[in-house]
Design a protein. Structure first.
Length: 125
């Protein structure tokens, strides 16, 4: 998912190699935050395709934008039920939301699940 950055001092002082830390602070640039969250969600989706057992569940946090519909279609290829949730505790102006995939399908096709958003756009026209 993320290649570790070179550690120049103790691990506890340099934790930027942890992908989840990138989601903790937003840049204030909605496109950049959205693109970064989509990259992390797609990496988590690929990981879950390879590791998650049939019937397993998946949750990922993302920032809403142009690509989240394509990610939702990818999730629907892998999971029987997919929910998009925005917590009540989240501010109304916040783009923060979550995808929840329930019950991994047994025979999901890897190429259908892991295709890119540009593949969806060319197939839908």
């Amino acid at each position: 998912m993320s290649a570790p950055w070179e550690q120049t001092t103790g691990f506890w002082k340099k934790s930027l190699s942890d992908p989840y830390r990138r989601m903790m602070n937003t840049s204030g640039m909605s496109f950049r935050d959205h693109a970064g969250s989509m990259d992390l969600c797609r990496a988590a989706l690929e990981f879950s395709f390879n590791v998650l057992k049939t019937g397993g569940h998946f949750v990922c946090k993302f920032y809403q934008g142009a690509e989240d519909k394509a990610l939702e279609r990818q999730l629907k290829e892998l999971f029987q039920t997919v929910h998009r949730e925005k917590p009540e505790s989240s501010r109304s102006e916040s783009k923060e939301a979550y995808f929840i995939g329930l019950r991994r399908k047994q025979n999901a096709a890897k190429d259908a699940v892991l295709r890119t958003s540009s593949s969806y756009e060319s197939n839908s026209t």
